[in-house]
Design a protein around this ligand. Sequence first.
Ligand code: KIV
Length: 279
Amino acid sequence: MERKKMTIPDILEAKNKGKKITMLTAYDFPLASFIDQAGIDIILVGDSLGMVVLGYENTLPVTMEEMLHHIKAVKRAIKYALLVGDMPYLSFHKSKEDAIYNAGRFIKEAGCDAVKLEYYPGVIEITKAIVQAGIPVMGHIGLTPQTAIQLGGFKVQGREAKAAQALLEAAVSFEEVGCFSIVLECVPDKVAKIITGKLKIPTIGIGAGPDCDGQVLVTHDMLGLFERFLPKFAKQYINLAPQIIEAIKKFKEEVEKGVFPDKSHSFTIPEEELKKIKY
Ligand code: KIV
């Protein structure tokens, strides 16, 4: 069947049809191209960029300019997937006007199809304003790394009834103001199931069990490209880091021994031309 560019109605329809949605992160042209070729529905340029690519301790330092730079590279690689850009810390907190302007830059300058906003108490009104400006929004609740300090660190959210109830209410509020989907991060599987059953829009889980409408992983975790730590919820499908280090060591060894480059990687000049060079 001929593959078509993924749209927001396709994502909504997937939930109605019971078809699981797949989402992976990308931050550059080559990985985005591989992910797109593999048929993933949504590519998220997450602010995890800050940790897995830029080497920051957490996601807080990531700037609008850094996000835009990487989203543009990803955009050039995508033919089919829906492209979602993650709004960085403080880019949607100051005022509705500022948030609309920044979200608009993701669409207008970088070519995103939608933006993602992490939950914080004032975000619902801001989300409403962005949606009313015509920009599709994906919400994000549960463990929201931008406010992890307030949440008591990087831990599972919604383990007590009151906290789970608050998550459900946040999800419903995001839906009511027009989000087209919601990421549930680090939420008990049964709480994620309740939220997924309650919402008309799809939930996309990360550490939220199998009953979400879709699943997302940070690509650098699943490919073994980020060595600092591997979250419990992340499945490593391949561990590329040792293979990459091995290949680099081999290059160093071959250069030092004069094995590389050999004739097959070199260019020639006709003998008669060579003779004409005065040196
Ligand atoms: O920044 C990110 O990569 C994310 C995903 C974990 C959903 O927000």
